[in-house]
Design a protein around this ligand. Structure first.
Ligand code: GLC
Ligand code: CA
Length: 555
């Protein structure tokens, strides 16, 4: 059945770094409102806001202390209402981040739980007795260290999958679920179109809280071992959907890393728990699961192609994945998927083709459309992200030198994607008239919106062209609903596939390497997208330039 969101293009805003209107160095809702026309012009329909609820910002808003209010650093509820209205006027949709695996340790519920761990609010969290002088079990949290934190003056511990300031909410307690459903519906009543759902796969724990074999020097084991064992997430997610999203025809996209083999249909099929889930296969390529950056590995273009194809094929006939090349937790896509030294406007455009032409919902992350890159900082003190600092310390504990640890951090830090948005070449890239909360990337004079807006050869204009094609009356059916058929797999470093719809058959060919490549090509075609001004074709041979990417209609 067709859904309202199938043919939409989404965009993730990281509010803190998007646009600051009151010179406090922090992006705000008024800033977002002022850029709606820019996003509309880019072709965006759905905007996902990373968390803007009240928060002590230990994990940049993913630690919520009040779900019913806007953090004053971002603005007011009036601003939020204005944003919803202004978006609606432009036929755009706003979705918020739904962070309900955990809240902040400053949330009322948790404060009350600490006062009386055995009381009503203690049951809102997972609180367990220690084993002698040790925590209840040996699981490692995502940000390092034990998942257990001791409650002062007791031998009790509370559970946190992420930082200790992010206590996990107890989804086994019907009262907690009721509170969460009520809050979700309250927001949907306000006119939100849906949610991006944070860390949701963590809500179901294996309640035996048993030790697993240690997998690191710290004597702990990755929390994912437990998640693989936990049973019953499906029932929880079904109920969540029934009590909330279903009633509003809301669009939901789950942050799901470990859907088990063969279970995709349960997540995003016709009656799936969510409308969509992110496709993280490109992101996890080469990455070590428990977020230990020093264990990450390099990968080849052929490997990249393989994961893209596999993931695309898996979703055919089942549902729509949400396609990303970066987000608020990942380094910049152009710095990760293009070899250092080969990163330029041409290769950036080649990568953009994979983002927009895949089957699924494209989610562009702020700055991706202008080709923003990783930052390169000379000191760990210039980073802000909690997991970056933890990873740096952990690398040093494991024997890396400071220089090596800094190199790792520069490559993988979540702050790479969180630097202020580059609007123009004036001071602080036009992001703020004050002092930005996180330093602006030094390359803002070369890479910024203003310089690209009126340049028809810019990375920004190329994104617009791709999105326009995706939404065009002629080709939209093929690009949104069409089949995905891999091709040219016998050529190294060439990413090629068909998007075959009812009437139109499109072919994508990307020479994803820094040298020319000849390809046998006998088709009659019409050129639709090309990141070079020309294509050399002679005697059924296509001579592709380095990083040349084309989209053609096969006639
Ligand atoms: C998600 C967010 C990330 C956050 C984590 C904990 O992965 O994207 O930024 O740290 O959840 O809420
Ligand atoms: Ca501000």
């Amino acid at each position: 059945m067709k859904k309202w969101w199938h043919n939409k293009v989404a965009y993730q805003i990281y509010p803190k770094s998007f646009c600051d209107t009151n010179a406090d160095g922090i992006g705000d809702l008024k800033g977002i409102i002022s850029k709606l026309d820019y996003l509309k012009d880019l072709g965006i329909d759905i905007i996902w806001l990373s968390p803007i609820y009240c928060s002590p910002m230990v994990d940049q808003g993913y630690d919520i202390s009040d779900y019913y209010n806007i953090d004053p650093s971002f603005g007011t509820m009036d601003d939020m209402e204005t944003l919803l209205e202004e978006a609606k006027k432009r036929n755009m949709y706003i979705i918020m981040d739904l962070v309900v695996n955990h809240c902040s340790d400053k949330h009322e519920w948790f404060k009350k739980a600490l006062e009386d761990p055995d009381g009503e609010y203690g049951k809102y969290f997972y609180i367990r007795e220690g084993k002698g002088d040790n925590p209840p079990c040996n699981w490692r949290s995502y940000f390092g260290g034990s998942v257990w934190e001791k409650i002062p003056n007791t031998n009790k511990y509370y559970f946190h999958s992420f930082a200790k300031e992010q206590p996990d909410l107890n989804w086994e307690n019907p009262k907690v679920k009721e509170e969460i459903y009520k809050m979700i519906n309250w927001w949907l009543d306000k006119g939100l179109a849906g949610f991006r759902i944070d860390a949701i796969i963590n809500i179901k724990k294996d309640l035996s809280f048993q030790d697993f074999e240690a997998d690191g020097e710290d004597g702990l084991c990755d929390i994912s071992k437990m998640l693989n064992k936990a049973q019953g997430i499906g029932d929880m997610l079904k109920e969540l959907k029934r009590e909330t999203f279903d009633k509003y025809d809301a669009f939901t996209v789950g942050e799901v890393f470990n859907a088990k083999e063969g279970e995709l249909g349960k997540f995003i099929g016709e009656d799936g728990y969510f409308s969509s889930i992110f496709d993280f296969d490109m992101e996890v390529l080469g990455q070590e699961q428990s977020n230990r950056w020093y264990l990450n590995k390099e990968f080849t273009t052929n490997e990249l192609r393989e994961v893209i194809f596999k993931s695309q094929l898996e979703a055919l006939g089942i549902g729509f994945k949400a396609n990303i090349i970066e987000n608020n937790d990942e380094p910049r896509g152009v710095s990760r998927y293009i070899k250092a030294g080969e990163c330029n406007d041409t290769s950036k455009k080649a990568l953009a083709i994979t983002e927009v032409m895949r089957r699924g919902i494209p989610f562009i992350y702020q700055g991706e459309e202008i080709g923003m890159t990783n930052n390169n900082l000379d000191s760990i003190d210039k980073f802000n992200d909690i997991s970056t600092i933890e990873n740096y310390d952990r690398a040093i504990k494991e024997g890396f030198s400071k220089e090596e640890a800094l190199k790792l951090v520069n490559k993988f830090s979540r702050d790479n994607g969180r630097t202020p948005f580059q609007w123009n070449d004036s001071i602080n890239a036009g992001f703020t008239e004050g002092t930005p909360w996180l330093g602006v990337n030094k390359n803002y004079k070369e890479i910024n919106v203003e310089s690209q807006l009126n340049d028809k050869n810019s990375v920004l204009s190329f994104h617009k062209e791709l999105i326009k094609l995706r939404k065009s009356e002629e080709y939209s059916e093929a690009i949104v609903y069409g089949d995905f058929i891999p091709d040219l797999e016998n050529y190294d470093n060439v990413i090629s596939f068909y998007r075959k719809g009812k009437d139109k058959n499109l072919m994508v060919i990307i020479n994803y390497q820094n040298k020319k490549q000849m390809i046998d090509f006998e088709e009659k075609y019409k050129m639709l997208i090309n990141n070079y001004g020309y294509v050399e074709i002679d005697n059924n041979k296509l001579m592709l330039e380095p990083y040349q990417g084309i989209v053609v209609e096969i006639l």
